[in-house]
Ligand binder design. Structure first.
Ligand code: NAI
Length: 311
């Protein structure tokens, strides 16, 4: 039977699609009829160097399977590269419906070794790459009244000491996703974020599994294939999807929602300024997760804040 969720007539850009997760996203979108721009600079996992091989290989793979794709080797770590990528996509296929911001690098370093260069290079690819690529595609999406944008965060944002700039950039992408989603809705555009888990180049060293993957047996390694993340990306990229501004965790056969939530907290009863001691005394209440609240956006948050203010 023909699958219901197809992308015929749609054009997708997938950044960093020459390897890993991006490659899997590109293959699935192409298999379901999208015309895909396979962007990849082809550098090392730290982001050094370049190679047109990975992007070209994935395009060959898609074409051999009967799909439509073009390779793009622009560096999304520069604003000019992001613009050239989007203009190339429109030049090749006439429109742009889907942007999957996936390209990423990993430059392991903790404080104080994580210096300005580490921070900037990491922000350039993850944050600025997502920002500029999406911004370049935006006028086309607004003009056609339709678009799907996917960003890529990481559960590293929960707290990853040895890759500080990476976790910082991934945190920034959550603010970007949620805020752009608010602006996007009236234009028929949806913006969502994926938090993947899969074994790829950054989780391996010199072709050998690193500390994390070394402990995994073959079955578990299979369960961490990149293709097990892509169905969620394709769902978020589809026109039937109504989800906006959400963060979805995907990997190893599990798909889940990542919540940004606030506890009900402690309300000081008096009219005076609460004391520091009061904070200490009510710490458990401040942290109690029961009855937590999940704001849809700042507007939603503000209405409950006003209720609290007026209470
Ligand atoms: P990967 O290293 O296998 O693939 C990333 C691709 O992006 C590479 O082919 C690389 O050449 C390309 N790329 C890097 N910088 C680029 C640039 N400036 N311009 C164009 N292309 C560039 O890594 P993986 O794991 O597939 O990562 C994909 C995304 O998923 C990244 O954003 C990563 O941070 C994120 N992620 C991955 C997780 C995992 O479990 N593998 C966990 C959490 C997040």
């Amino acid at each position: 039977a023909t699958p219901d969720f197809r992308f015929d007539g749609r054009v997708a850009i997938v950044t960093g699609a020459g390897r890993g997760l991006g490659r899997a996203h590109a293959l699935l979108l192409a298999e379901r009829g999208a015309k895909v721009v396979v962007n990849d600079l082809g550098g090392t996992k730290e982001g050094d160097g370049s190679d047109s091989g990975p992007a070209n290989d994935v395009v060959q793979e898609i074409t051999a399977a009967g799909g439509v794709a073009v390779a793009d080797t622009n560096n999304v770590g520069t604003e000019a590269g992001c613009h050239a990528l989007v203009e190339g996509a429109v030049g090749a296929f006439g429109r742009i419906d889907i942007v999957v911001n996936n390209a990423g690098i990993s430059r392991f370093a903790t404080f104080p070794e994580a210096d300005a260069e580490n921070l900037e290079r990491t922000l350039d690819v993850h944050l600025r790459g997502t920002w500029h690529t999406t911004r370049a595609a935006w006028p086309y999406m607004v003009e056609q009244g339709y678009g799907r944008v996917i960003t890529t965060t990481s559960t590293g944002m929960f707290g990853l000491a040895d890759n500080l700039a990476y976790a910082t950039a991934k945190g920034a992408l959550i603010g970007f996703t949620r805020s752009l989603a608010v602006e996007a809705a009236s234009h028929g555009i949806l913006v969502n974020c994926i938090a993947p888990n899969a074994i790829t180049r950054p989780s391996t060293a010199a072709g050998k599994p690193n500390i994390t993957t070394r402990q995994l047996d073959e079955a578990r390694i299979q369960a961490m294939q990149t293709g097990l993340v892509s169905p969620m990306v394709a769902y978020l990229a589809h026109e039937d999807c109504k989800v906006n501004g959400e963060i979805l965790v995907a990997g190893a056969h599990r798909f889940a929602r990542w919540l940004l939530a606030v506890t009900p907290g402690y309300r000081s009863p008096g009219a005076e300024v609460p004391t520091v001691e009061e904070i200490a005394e009510h710490w458990d209440e401040i942290n109690d997760e029961s009855g937590y609240y999940v704001p849809a956006n700042l507007h939603d948050w503000a209405s409950t804040f006003m209720a609290h203010l007026n209470a």
